[in-house]
Ligand binder design. Structure first.
Ligand SMILES: Nc1ncnc2c1ncn2[C@@H]1O[C@H](COP(=O)(O)OP(=O)(O)O)[C@@H](O)[C@H]1O
Ligand SMILES: O=C(CO)[C@@H](O)[C@H](O)COP(=O)(O)O
Length: 499
């Protein structure tokens, strides 16, 4: 039996999966790392720690493997998107990575529009200028840390740094490059026009390859450190959402994914790169060659829940925190939550907005708050589904993955709020599985990714919408949608009091 490894560099942890030729997960190790948040809106991580924790996780995975490590044929990656990793000429890291959920770059987004023009930016990159994307971060470092920026020789996306640490080779691939705002998404090449207009040297952009491209083998030092055979083939990998889509079989038109990790996304497969959503949803290259996907993003989905847990139930696990929610009716006894604790992206690209609990009552218990948090996150994702439906997409069944898919009540809530069947797969680790599938496909085990997905994924349960709850949630959703507009100016006034 042969094996592949999928590495998912998430925001909360790195997860490594050992998968056999039947798609069975034979080993799994996760290692957490913290976010560094110096100020409100700032979010960074140390790439050294990513590399360190990944090597530790791989060493543990290999050590606990009962078979012959020589049978591990391939490795690939899935990574949190958009994060800026800057290397100097000797390929040393210049500063902490600035992450996808860092919103310090509102001014730089304005400068991009001024330099390129909104319409032209949309034509080339298919996306608007959002604080989380990589180009605004490059411009921020250029402006605020000019001496350091002078020393930069190349930038990378987070998982590309892991691949570099293993192989010594520098690349990125199209699905992650699409989230930089520097890629011509249809032509699949770096946009010299955007580089020139925004004053970014195109030499900073790493070489581009396909997600399934063979990059090389691991270095002898890395083999020694982890116990992996030096022969193991390394494949490029993809953005976590592209990999989540691959790992969930979102490889044909009409298939939709909901992923609740630190962020939350609703994602839909697109055969072509020429549809027009007017920048309302993200439009990126898929990990499958020449395919695309559209996606709405809730910045703080699982993050809102882990924020709540850290503040109010630090010593409990998620299972015990969520234990009482089935006893609370839809609507959490009149309590509404908006999950804007780190600002928002879809449908409101707004770095200043912050979260709210509306309707707090002396009778509310902690479990009402917990249910309200889950409902608020799910309402926010429903706003993305609404955009897709308004643009003519039929969404009647959705695969749900990520940490949020671990809880049965939350899966039923998704069915009730989205008014669609929710499909739970045998593993909720879509991105790690997608990375393993890129390695399996790259190793020649299958002729297409779809064939691999059919072999590797299976449905364990389908959650059907409960019509009574769906009606209640429709009413609540229309109240939820008013909270953004009614709290926007209050949050602008509060901004100057933030850390
Ligand atoms: N048992 C659980 N029930 C519900 N939600 C959970 C559970 N465990 C984790 N989560 C949620 O999942 C999130 C982490 O999801 P994950 O997919 O691992 O994130 P990432 O890829 O961003 O690191 C946490 O922030 C938490 O909100
Ligand atoms: O910014 C985006 C997508 O545009 C996020 O989805 C990141 O890719 C982080 O993902 P998770 O750590 O939540 O999986």
């Amino acid at each position: 039996m042969k094996y592949v490894i999928g590495i998912d560099l998430g925001t909360s942890a790195v997860k490594v999966l050992l998968v056999n030729q039947q798609g069975e997960v034979c080993g799994e190790v996760a290692k957490e790392y913290p976010l560094i948040q110096e100020k409100s809106g700032y979010s960074e991580q140390d790439p050294h720690l990513w590399a360190e924790k990944t090597a530790e996780a791989l060493a543990e995975l290999v050590q606990s493997f009962n078979g012959d490590a020589e049978d591990i044929e391939g490795i690939s990656f899935s990574g949190q998107m958009h994060g800026l990793v800057l290397l100097d000429e000797d390929h040393h890291i210049l500063r902490n990575a600035i992450l996808w959920n860092d919103t310090r770059t509102t001014a730089e987004c304005g400068e991009i529009y001024d330099a390129v023009g909104k319409d032209r930016l949309l034509q080339i990159t298919k996306n608007p200028a959002l604080e989380g994307f990589t180009l605004p971060k490059l411009l921020w470092v250029k402006k605020h840390e000019a001496a350091l920026f002078e020393r930069a020789s190349v930038f990378m996306l987070p998982k590309d740094y892991l691949r570099y640490a293993m192989t010594g080779n520098i690349h990125t691939e199209f699905s992650d490059a699409a989230g930089t705002l520097l890629l011509d998404v249809s032509k699949k090449e770096w946009s010299n026009e955007i580089c020139e207009l925004t004053g970014i040297n195109p030499d900073l952009c790493p070489p581009l390859v396909e997600s399934s491209a063979f990059i090389g083998t691991i270095t002898p030092e890395y083999a020694l450190r982890t116990g992996l055979p030096q022969s193991v083939k390394v494949f490029a990998g993809g953005a976590d959402n592209a990999c989540g889509a691959i790992g969930s079989g979102i490889l044909a038109d009409g298939r939709t994914l909901c992923s609740i990790g630190t962020s939350g996304v609703v994602l839909s497969y697109e055969e072509n790169g020429d549809k027009d959503f007017d920048g309302k949803v993200h439009y990126f290259n898929h990990g499958e060659e020449d395919a695309y996907y559209t996606m709405g993003v809730t910045l703080a989905a699982g993050y809102s829940l882990s924020w709540f847990k850290n503040i109010f139930a630090e010593n409990e696990n998620f299972e015990s925190l969520l234990a009482g929610i089935a006893e609370v009716p839809p609507g959490s006894n009149g309590l509404l939550f908006t999950p804007y604790v780190a600002g928002e992206r879809t449908p409101y690209a707004d770095a200043v907005i912050r979260g709210s609990f509306i309707g707090m009552d002396a009778s509310h218990q902690r479990r009402d708050f917990v249910r309200a948090v889950l409902e608020g996150i799910t309402f926010s994702l429903h706003e993305s589904i609404e955009i897709f439906r308004e643009n003519g997409k039929t969404i009647d069944s959705i695969v749900s993955i990520g940490g949020g898919a671990k809880n049965e009540e939350w899966l039923q809530m998704q069915a009730d709020i989205f008014n669609a069947d929710i499909i739970k797969l045998s593993s909720e680790q879509g991105p790690g599985m997608g990375a393993a599938m890129l390695a399996a496909y790259g190793s020649g085990w299958f002729t297409t990714l779809l064939q691999c997905a059919d072999a590797f994924t299976s449905t364990v349960k389908t959650y059907k919408p409960n019509s009574e709850n769906t009606v209640k949630y429709q009413e609540l959703f229309s109240i939820y949608k008013q909270v953004y507009a009614q709290t926007k100016s209050l949050n602008s006034e509060l901004q100057r009091f933030r850390k």
